[in-house]
Ligand binder design. Structure first.
Ligand code: UT7
Length: 315
């Protein structure tokens, strides 16, 4: 397939590091050097489904495509207010599409997994036009009393429209189950028969373990694809990586031996918006004219599971 349109939406509330230090034992002096984050956008009165629909409409506009021409909608989401119906079904109604839709939860790697699903459906001859929307509100998963976790995240929605083409050169998906390193548990409705103890636990993270996994998985996935395609890292024009931490991005960059200008970032102003991070960055680069037609892009993301993935495509 090929990507022919992108869109993104951020919530309006900006929370700076200094604002966090008003109610948390933290500071810009700790957060910025360790993460590269200056501020993040946090949902206040917005609904995630509205942001997802708006991002989808922007991507459709950019693609010059009508919603009724879509053959499939894939939504990547970890958490939103609806347990059911699926966010993709809400997006279908909100955009006026009439196609089947599915939600996936691959944590921060969701955009890469969605690309792979779209490409597989296309190669099977089942679809021509696919909308991917990644919509996330990780700020609703963390305890805002836990400085280890809440300072890292921001909310947002990013979307991409794909159509027939052979621009996707390769996708590598990986998973390495390690469920105690990054997880959240929610309590379900009780029944008269539940005898086990159940608890609500906000997002927990072993930061240094996630950091090590991220660098290894991301550089490994990208290198695997480059080798498979007979390419060198130099032949990639832009690396669009999951925006979790500038130090993670820099470590991956050093592994690949590539210059900083090939790695556009927005972690400084957005924080980590889970699976929305890659398509938001893609949209911003697209709209700012940072991507040139024919450029080779490498996308890569990693997250809870652990799950990771990378894609190499022509823009
Ligand atoms: O999509 C994937 C999601 N997650 C990630 O990508 C996270 C990956 N990991 C990281 O980005 C980094 O590990 C962190 C930014 C989370 C932490 O950086 P670090 O250099 O690994 O710091 P650390 O874990 O060594 O923490 C050092 C200290 C600890 O204090 P003690 O025990 O050494 O006294 C923490 O309690 O920093 C403390 N600390 C904080 N201090 C001020 C942790 N969070 C904060 C904070 N403000 N927000």
């Amino acid at each position: 397939m090929k990507i022919i349109g992108t869109g993104s939406v951020l919530p309006k509330q900006i929370v700076t590091n200094d604002m966090l230090s008003e109610f948390l034992d933290t500071s810009d002096a700790w957060i910025y050097p360790r993460t590269g984050i200056k501020h993040r956008h946090v949902i206040s009165d917005e609904k995630l489904e509205d942001m997802a629909i708006e991002a989808a409409k922007k991507a459709l506009d950019d693609a010059g495509m009508k919603a009724e021409d879509l053959d499939f909608i894939i939504c990547s989401n970890v958490v939103n207010e609806y347990i059911t119906p699926s966010l993709s079904c809400i997006i279908q109604g909100g955009t006026g599409a009439a196609c089947p839709c599915i939600d996936i939860n691959c944590a921060c790697a969701g955009f890469i997994y969605a690309l792979d699903f779209a490409e597989a459906q296309y190669r099977a001859g089942r679809v021509q036009n696919v909308l991917i929307v990644c919509a996330e509100e990780p700020t609703r998963m963390t305890s805002w009393k836990d400085r280890n976790v809440c300072v890292l995240f921001g909310d947002g929605a990013g979307a991409a429209v794909l159509t027939a083409g052979d621009n996707i050169k390769g996708i590598k998906l990986s998973a390495a189950s390690s469920t105690e390193k990054l997880y959240q548990i929610r309590k379900l409705e009780p029944t008269p028969y539940i005898t086990k103890e159940e608890v609500d636990i906000p997002l927990q993270m072993k930061g240094q373990d996630v950091f090590k996994f991220a660098v290894k998985a991301s550089s490994g996935d990208i290198q695997y694809l480059l080798d498979k395609l007979g390419m060198t890292p130099d032949q990639v024009d832009k690396y669009l990586l999951h925006q979790a931490n500038i130090r993670i991005i820099n470590s991956i960059r050093e592994h690949l031996g590539q210059p900083e200008e090939k790695f556009p970032t927005n972690v400084e102003t957005h924080g980590n918006s889970s699976s929305a991070s890659c398509p938001i960055l893609l949209d911003e680069c697209n709209r700012k004219g940072i991507l040139k037609r024919g450029d080779t892009l490498a996308l890569s993301a990693f997250g809870a599971g652990f799950i990771s993935g990378a894609a190499i495509m022509e823009w």
